[in-house]
Design a protein around this ligand. Sequence first.
Ligand SMILES: Nc1ncnc2c1ncn2[C@@H]1O[C@H](COP(=O)(O)OP(=O)(O)OP(=O)(O)O)[C@@H](O)[C@H]1O
Ligand SMILES: Nc1ncnc2c1ncn2[C@@H]1O[C@H](COP(=O)(O)OP(=O)(O)OP(=O)(O)O)[C@@H](O)[C@H]1O
Lengths: 216, 216
Amino acid sequence: SRSFAVIGLGAFGTAVATELSRFGNHVIGVDLDERRVSQMSATLSSAVILDTTDEAALREADIDQYDVALVAIGRDIEASILTTMNLKMLGISTIWAKASSRTHHRILSKLGIQRVILPEQEMGRHISQMLNNPMLQDYVSLGNGFSVVNIITPDRLIGREVKVLGLGRNYDVTLLGIMRGSAFKQPDTPDFLLEKEDKLILLGKRPELRRFGDAL
Amino acid sequence: SRSFAVIGLGAFGTAVATELSRFGNHVIGVDLDERRVSQMSATLSSAVILDTTDEAALREADIDQYDVALVAIGRDIEASILTTMNLKMLGISTIWAKASSRTHHRILSKLGIQRVILPEQEMGRHISQMLNNPMLQDYVSLGNGFSVVNIITPDRLIGREVKVLGLGRNYDVTLLGIMRGSAFKQPDTPDFLLEKEDKLILLGKRPELRRFGDAL
Ligand SMILES: Nc1ncnc2c1ncn2[C@@H]1O[C@H](COP(=O)(O)OP(=O)(O)OP(=O)(O)O)[C@@H](O)[C@H]1O
Ligand SMILES: Nc1ncnc2c1ncn2[C@@H]1O[C@H](COP(=O)(O)OP(=O)(O)OP(=O)(O)O)[C@@H](O)[C@H]1O
């Protein structure tokens, strides 16, 4: 299993470090801010106060021993870039970094790291989908324009057969199954009727899913 | 279709407003900061400079006419809370608000709005899952402890039959199908063999998915 260094203990960095720790990983939290470091010292394997723009200080703290580093510095773009460059100099094999703007994203992407994340923008896109489609409980993009979506059965379709949805016929959308309570069901019997709170788990290309969702 | 007021044009608010606009919705962007408002004026239906802690100013700008309001003020917690209270006073039927901390979340939740979001924390949890499971391309929680995950086929299983995964037999995990390029396939023929870059779309409870992922 891999060890993780999370640099920058803002809301995002703290959430990642805490969750990774909860999965049983060895995690070190790093920040300039003494208060943030001490807040995390009980939760993580270790937590150190350190200016990560200082390569020597990073080496002295053995950060080069870690398998994976996440740079979660958003506001101070120069600190984010310098820190990322330092981690590359340390030879850390997997580096992910958060960007706070498109320009920040472009610079970090040119540093040849494994992943650049735009958390606010990605959540913003996600939330806009949920606001645009009130029946959409959740969704995940599979790449290639496909998504899996979780839509709650509209009231007017309760008690009806699955075929009234017109899937396959009117919409190039696949019903993967139905979540009913804690059971995942395949509506493969003719007497299967939709019930209140049934969640339709659908797969399709996004324009087709939108078309289906609008018709609901 | 519904009209949207996005208050607070930081990275998150801007992303939501931009995407909602792109879907063809009527969107007004609101911020104290003149520069941020002017940056969005071409993208949105309208953009106004306004201190949203001022209820009279909100009414004067006809914000009460909007169906949905999103409060995307993170740093100034008092402004976020006051703004949310004002929007309730205006009678807006759907209000979502971003919180920047657990305490902020608890206060907003007590105001009786439709949804409180913690974007950095939710992205942090998502990213921690991707870091913890390098083969995990993406996933979505369906509620009830179930998730749909997208896992890239490990190299050592290329050319093998789907049954070597041991799904149903060793793991209470369902294979919903396989994404191959831009096609979604069901491996229902005996000669179906896994190919490089095939994405396994799996459904199961999270501990079972983790167990399966660890074994991969
Ligand atoms: N040179 C540095 N060395 C170490 N830590 C730093 C350095 N510069 C900034 N930080 C830390 O990075 C953390 C996150 O920074 P920032 O305030 O940019 O967060 P953010 O990205 O806006 O926050 P969030 O994660 O809440 O979205 C802060 O706790 C800050 O102290
Ligand atoms: N009283 C107010 N009225 C209108 N806009 C406000 C008010 N107070 C703050 N804002 C605006 O809210 C916006 C977002 O604020 P903030 O800096 O808190 O962002 P954030 O939540 O940290 O950012 P991000 O969305 O990037 O995560 C800012 O553009 C700010 O001008």
